[in-house]
Design a protein around this ligand. Structure first.
Ligand code: PHE
Length: 337
């Protein structure tokens, strides 16, 4: 019996095998337990002899199991270490390196340009009150021009801002009617539009505002001219056309001259030779007044542009949806090496 058990121990190939052997020989239903249980039936002389023998057998089997178990465990550990060893000579896997999104780059480029002209960067909330998005901009409730910007309302008094112009009112309002303002504000805006190649229900704008004493239309033109030439090239011209916005008077739209054809961006600039890039004008006296400025003392100009449109014109992007569908093949073209 002992030899049979020891053989099985020796041949056990796994810790589980070994457990089975232990149960088989040393368990409650095993032969040794049985022998010990039957001791009562033996004679006085036989008892110690058989008892001793049974105990010896049990001990040697237990010992053999233990030795075998630690050997099996060692082997398993060794095998694991061997399999998991790291080959430090393998070449590394190349890591895909990303880059800034085209829109991010354009916004930063425009920011840098205006910082260079002394403007500061401001931000405002995307969930805006009806007051700042419309009323403070000379668009009282029921004003027909509110329809120019179909809105996502959240409650009667809260909406997703339809433009970055509310940041004009917020910035002026925070200056207590005394100090000049010279800021730009980039950010996301939302309109209830059906998405297509030139419309998106969410896009970005950059607002500009300069308020001080004696600010004139020619100041607006000068700043925008400097912007256009730095952004698109010194050979480009600008022109201002009359337009309408409730918060500026007079209001203008600015066009830039098309690039001489044959180059980048030409396809989007055919026809008249001019292409519209932004809206602006002189801050309406009502807007100044509501923000706490005396329109007899202060004047200002404001403008708003869409970085998507600027990027489309600059790089000849033909569909605004490219900015949001995140096709890596589109985005990678604009990563700087
Ligand atoms: N907020 C206007 C728009 O979204 C743009 C604009 C800004 C016009 C500032 C004039 C002055 O269309």
């Amino acid at each position: 019996l002992k030899q049979e058990a020891l053989n099985k121990v020796e041949n056990a190939e796994s810790v589980q095998n070994l457990k089975d052997v232990r149960v088989e020989y040393l368990g409650k239903k095993g032969p040794i337990t049985e022998v010990l249980r039957g001791m009562g039936k033996l004679s006085k002389e036989e008892r110690p002899v058989i008892g001793q023998l049974a105990n010896d057998v049990r001990e040697s089997i237990a010992e053999a199991i233990e030795t075998k178990q630690s050997r099996l465990e060692d082997a398993a550990m060794e095998k694991q270490l061997e399999e998991e060893s790291i080959d430090v000579t393998l070449p590394g896997r190349p890591v895909q390196i990303g880059g800034p999104h085209l829109l991010t780059s354009i916004v930063e480029e425009i920011e840098d340009l205006f910082i260079g002209m002394g403007f500061e960067i401001k931000e405002g909330p995307e969930v805006e009150t009806d007051y700042y998005n419309f009323e403070a901009l000379n668009l009282p409730k029921g004003h027909p021009a509110r329809d120019m910007q179909d809105s996502f309302y959240i409650t009667e008094e809260l909406l997703m801002r339809t433009h970055t112009s509310p940041v004009q009112a917020r910035t002026m309002g925070a200056r207590n009617g005394g100090e000049p303002v010279k800021m730009i504000c980039p950010g996301k805006v939302y309109r209830r539009d059906t998405d297509d190649a030139t419309h998106s229900h969410q896009f970005t704008q950059i607002e500009g505002l300069l308020v001080d004493k004696n600010v004139r239309m020619s100041d607006l033109k000068g700043v925008l001219n400097a912007f256009a030439k730095q952004m698109f090239g010194a050979e480009r011209e600008i022109r201002l056309r009359p337009s309408f916005f409730p918060f500026t008077e007079p209001s203008v739209e600015m066009d830039i001259s098309c690039k001489v054809c044959g180059g980048e961006g030409c396809s989007v600039c055919k026809g008249t030779g001019w292409i519209e890039i932004l809206g602006g004008g002189m801050v309406h006296p009502n807007v100044l007044e509501m923000a706490g400025y005396d329109p007899k003392e202060y004047s200002g100009f404001a403008f708003g542009m869409g970085p998507e449109r600027i990027a489309m014109l600059k790089y000849g992007v033909d569909d605004i949806r490219h900015f949001y569908t995140n096709d890596i093949r589109f985005l990678e073209q604009y990563h700087k090496a």
